[in-house]
Design a protein around this ligand. Structure first.
Ligand SMILES: [Zn+2]
Length: 464
């Protein structure tokens, strides 16, 4: 029996604009006293007039462009009517017929996932269930929300996870949202049904999935459940019933919530209080010009420097990290790129770096002197110089970290070590592998400053 999952994802991204979508209220709502960031507009009081947030609209278009979408120059907002306690005005302002962005795509390991749309809307308030009572907090009501709807091109829970991580990465590269799934600033509703040898199981939308693992587990649960249901019911004709199921993270299973409403039930109509929105080609081009280099482009660039897949992925993973690398490495010298990569994903990975404090000269100076410094010293010096802003070469001098590569000086020390250790010399004559002891003595005499490779060569030369 061939089973192909047909998975689509609706992703909501909460934008981190200063103010809300249609009013001037502060849009922050984490750790804020309930109902302190509200006004007649976001509370939906009669007669209040919404005014669209320009920055939010531009960010939605920016995200659309980053997802390879076409932008609708002419668009408008619509009312989606439904009753829910956390949406006091009885409708949500959203976009249906003319979303800002349409027809994009996202490449997941060579598999293209089509994106139907990215549209602008507003968030709802929050119901807080406490001691058997339900309290309402409207601080989140009216916060700008972008909804990204994929076509059902995703074929597995793993691919769904990769898709979400990539959306998250892009959004963070653009700096328009924290896209934090646990905090709810990125939310996801999978839709799923199965193609079982040409027969389709009923479509299910899953709600209330609040973690990345949850998305994968919920999808896998539905694949198993729908397969079992199909075998039990022995469905032979295609079904078009749509249902909404909730995700119970404690029980790790979905449960039936309701038969799905069609869009007709929402009675969408154009928002009469907001005029149609027009973005000229010039304005769209201006927004496009603010797009940073995106993760895929970064990855390709790092690989072209000669860096391994592993290194290139680590560097392009988040925009801050890659910006730091790009600030330091401005040429295409592979040896230098690898040297910097090793420091960034090594000692510097352990601290939270501030790009303003990164001095490319420090890396260059260390690189130019890498033969005179031990690798341990280099790691410590880059950390110290980052923390105190001093040139690592000055620090190296102060701490006497430069290795002595002066042959004459090392020979003098070597002669002394040989004269003082007749037994070790005799051991060496019998077993050349025991040279380590003499090299160790020389390193000690030089207080660790000798270049160990050179020291070994000199002792060998003197004893042979
Ligand atoms: Zn408000």
């Amino acid at each position: 029996m061939t089973i192909t999952p047909i998975i689509g994802l609706e992703v909501h991204i909460e934008l981190k604009t200063k103010s809300k979508m249609f009013c001037g209220c502060d849009a922050s709502h984490f750790h804020v006293d309930p109902n302190t960031h509200t006004c007649p507009v976001c509370l939906g009081l009669p007669g209040a007039l919404p005014v669209p947030n320009k920055v939010a609209c531009e960010w939605c278009i920016k995200l659309g462009l980053a997802l390879g979408c076409s932008i609708n120059q002419d668009s408008f907002f619509e009312r989606k009517n439904y009753f829910y306690p956390d949406l006091a005005k009885g409708y949500q302002i959203t976009q249906l017929q003319k979303p800002f962005a349409i027809n994009g795509k996202l490449n997941i390991d060579g598999h293209e996932i089509r994106i139907n749309r990215a549209h602008m809307e507003e968030d709802t308030g929050k119901s807080v269930h406490l001691n058997g009572e339900t309290l309402l907090d409207f601080n989140r009501c009216g916060v700008p929300l972008v909804e990204i709807v994929s076509e059902p091109d995703i074929v597995s829970p793993e691919e769904a996870k990769k898709y979400l991580l990539k959306i998250q990465q892009i959004v963070r590269y653009l700096g328009i949202s924290d896209a934090d799934i646990e905090k709810g600033s990125m939310r996801c509703e999978p839709t799923i049904n199965l193609n079982i040898e040409g027969n389709f199981t009923p479509l299910v939308e899953i709600k209330n999935v609040a973690s990345l693992t949850g998305v994968m587990t919920a999808i896998q649960y539905e694949i198993d459940r729908q397969t079992e249901q199909y075998q039990q019911d022995n469905i032979t004709k295609n079904s078009t019933n749509k249902t909404t199921r909730g995700w119970d993270a404690d029980k790790n299973q979905t449960f039936l919530q309701r038969e799905k409403e069609g869009s007709a039930d929402y009675r969408y109509f154009p928002e009469p209080d907001i005029p149609p929105i027009n973005f000229t080609p010039k304005q769209i081009a201006e927004i496009k010009s603010t797009l940073p280099e995106m993760p895929d482009a970064k990855l390709a660039k790092y690989k072209s420097l000669g860096l391994s897949d592993y290194d290139a992925h680590l560097l392009s993973e988040d925009s801050k990290f890659s910006s730091i690398f790009d600030k330091i490495v401005t040429n295409s010298d592979f040896v230098y790129a690898k040297f910097v990569t090793n420091l960034l994903i090594g000692p510097l990975k352990t601290i939270s770096l501030d790009i303003k404090k990164i001095n490319p000269d420090f890396f260059k100076n260390l690189f130019d002197n890498k033969d005179k410094l031990s690798s341990t010293a280099i790691k410590q010096l880059i950390l110290d110089s980052y923390n105190n802003g001093q040139d690592p070469l000055i620090l190296a001098k102060q701490q006497n970290l430069f290795q002595v590569s002066d042959t004459n000086a090392l020979e003098e020390i070597a002669k002394k070590v040989i004269a003082n250790n007749p037994k070790a010399v005799a051991d060496y004559q019998k077993n050349p592998l025991s040279i380590g002891f003499l090299v160790g003595q020389l390193m000690r005499e030089s207080q660790g400053s000798a270049n160990p490779i050179l020291a070994k060569e000199i002792i060998q030369k003197l004893l042979n």
